[in-house]
Ligand binder design. Structure first.
Ligand SMILES: [Zn+2]
Length: 273
């Protein structure tokens, strides 16, 4: 599933291609992708003829702001992809929605498992799912002290808590595993037992792995591709994720794999306490 660094990469790739472009028409091959009152007919009508003013991101949501004040809010979920097709000739396989742009070029929303969603709203921040999001770990207001305050009084294990979007927005399985290794904290630790010192390390680690993910263009472990079809490179820099039995890059101990809250979890039993 694309996590925050993958969505950030898609955003950076698409911004120069889409900002300032006019949407000539919208095609909905799969109307179930559109989650709004009046659904796809209304979506196509309201989007056609508008200009994309700007693109931004809230956690894993990608937002296209239109000159009418409307915002297209996209969530890729498990297998969603955004493909920029410069020629705009043939619909892609598994295509759900296509936005045809002036001067040629089409943005295609492709989605094998069809779990991704698309909203058209006046203000993305008012979507209930976005209102419920926890803090953005890369925002300046997100400090180690704030993280420690959030952890206190939470009895759940640290890893599923880090992946809970209402607790912290943007981390999925890959980055939670990597951040906990980087911080030297075992994924099964109860959140409230984490000390101020460990919270400081975790805070730094979360930000570091997210930035590292962005620097590498995201992680292409399964279906994630950049809008031009190329792969991300962060999977080549994994320290624990998907490396069961391989040596820990810090101490050489074989990486262990366990299940925590139903998700494959990777850690070093020597470095992570
Ligand atoms: Zn180790």
């Amino acid at each position: 599933m694309p996590e925050m660094p993958e969505v950030e990469t898609i955003l950076m790739d698409l911004k120069p291609l889409l900002a300032g472009r006019r949407i000539v028409s919208a095609d909905c091959a799969d109307p179930s992708a559109i989650k709004m009152p009046g659904a796809h007919g209304e979506f196509c009508r309201r989007v056609a003829g508008t200009t994309i003013v700007d693109l931004h991101r809230i956690a894993k949501y990608l937002i296209l702001r239109l000159d009418t004040g409307d915002e297209i809010v996209l969530h890729l979920r498990m297998t969603g992809r955004l493909v920029y097709d410069p020629d705009g000739e043939q619909p892609a396989t598994r295509e759900r929605v296509a936005l045809k742009l002036d001067g040629g070029g089409t943005l295609r929303f492709v989605d094998l498992r069809r779990l991704g969603t698309l909203h058209l709203v006046g203000d993305a921040r008012r979507l209930p799912a976005i209102e419920a999001l926890g803090p953005d770990p890369l925002a300046p207001r997100f400090t180690a002290r704030r993280l420690r305050r959030l952890l206190r009084g939470r009895r759940s294990r640290i890893k599923p808590l880090l992946m809970d979007q209402r607790f912290l927005a943007g981390l999925g399985n890959i980055y939670a595993n990597e951040a906990l290794h980087c911080a030297g904290i075992r994924p099964t630790r109860r959140a409230h037992t984490i000390t101020m010192d460990e919270a400081r390390r975790l805070h730094r680690a979360v930000r570091r792995v997210l930035r590292k993910g962005v620097m590498h263009g995201g992680a292409s472990t399964r279906t994630y591709r950049r809008p031009d079809g190329s792969v991300g490179r962060f999977q080549e820099a994994f320290e624990v994720y998907d490396r069961a039995g391989a040596p820990c890059p810090t101490c050489g101990e074989p990486i262990k794999r366990i299940m925590v809250a139903g998700r494959g979890t990777f850690y070093c039993s020597r470095c992570q306490r």
